[in-house]
Design a protein around this ligand. Structure first.
Ligand code: GLU
Length: 314
């Protein structure tokens, strides 16, 4: 009996925590060795200290799963890719089967997420991945969308590879053990999973060829070209890498109250120096570009702050 009572109490507390105004909020991120998670921990700590907003950070399958977690009311905030947000809101791509999700609202874009294709040395092109064991990202990740589209640019599909759905931590572990030939990782670079891998294992990062890159940009509007000069992002990479990037975007439940979202937005943009001290990606947040790349509705709390600052309107 006592156990049942404790369980009911725990459920009530959790419901209250996620839905009561003024209580602690929860944010969905991604794999623990991705960038959402580390950056999420960094900026929410600053928000707690400087703006009095308390946000608990959860590790998840990433972008698509995060939008679903907002929709089901399990979390209040999430970091997601801007391309996946658009597919969700408009019910396109893999959201075509499950239906559009429109219960979220955008707060701001944060930093570019690089599509990194880590491969065994000796594999020199994306076309060479044919028949290979390749992880295309976790189930529910945005990474999987990018992998599918990049293969499409090369006239390939997931049927051409031995597909695995693994998060970044598992991808890096299996790659290290020789069980994977390559893995996709769409995340702010350098990404912890890849930096850690570099301490023990040789690998290369594949470039997207010019024609295929142009095709990608023409057919999927969210990709921007992204260059990683040799030895800069990862010391062991001896050649320049040309790939693409999308934008990490902070979103929230569209029903989250305006004052809370205003405080979060203001708390982020008025404490960028502290956020940068906590995580290097903070340096990539630029007030003037805070709404670039967002194609779905913004939350009124964020609109209020950005209007005050002259970023939108005027
Ligand atoms: N962008 C990735 C995804 O949604 C997650 C990135 C990260 O965890 O940093 O698949």
């Amino acid at each position: 009996m006592k156990k049942i009572f404790a369980l009911i109490l725990a459920v009530c507390m959790l419901t209250c925590l996620t839905s009561c105004g003024g209580g602690k909020l929860f944010m969905a991120t991604g794999s623990e060795t991705g960038t959402y998670y580390a950056f999420g921990i960094a900026f929410t700590q600053v928000l707690k200290d400087k703006a009095g907003v308390e946000i608990g950070v959860q590790s998840t399958g990433a972008s698509k799963a995060n939008i679903q977690l907002i929709d089901s009311g399990d979390v209040n905030l999430a970091i997601v890719q801007n391309d996946v947000m658009d597919y969700a809101y408009n019910g396109t791509n893999t959201f075509a089967d499950e239906g559009a999700i429109t219960s979220f609202a955008a707060i701001c874009t944060m930093y570019p997420e690089t599509i990194q294709i880590v491969a065994k040395t000796g594999i020199n092109s994306i076309a060479d991945l044919k028949g290979k064991v390749v992880s295309v990202g976790d189930v529910g990740s945005g990474t999987e969308f990018n992998a599918a589209q990049i293969f499409e640019a090369y006239g390939m599909t997931f049927d051409d590879i031995q597909k695995q759905n693994l998060g970044f931590t598992d991808s890096a572990d299996k790659f290290k053990d020789g069980q994977l030939d390559a893995f996709f990782c769409t995340a702010g670079a350098p990404t912890v999973a890849i930096t850690e891998l570099a301490t023990s294992t040789d690998f290369t990062i594949l470039s997207i060829d010019a024609a295929e890159l142009a095709w990608l940009q023409e057919n999927y509007g969210y990709y921007t070209e992204y260059k990683m000069p040799a030895g800069t992002v990862y010391e062991n990479i001896k050649e320049d890498v040309t790939t693409v990037a999308v934008m990490a975007t902070l979103i929230c439940d569209a029903d989250l109250d305006e004052e809370t979202v205003y405080n979060i937005t203001k708390g982020i943009y008025e404490n960028l120096a502290d956020i940068t001290t906590a995580h290097a990606k903070g340096a990539e947040l630029v007030l003037e570009k805070a709404t670039d790349g967002i194609s779905t509705p913004m939350h009124p709390g964020a609109v209020k702050y950005f209007t005050e600052k002259g970023v939108i309107g005027g």
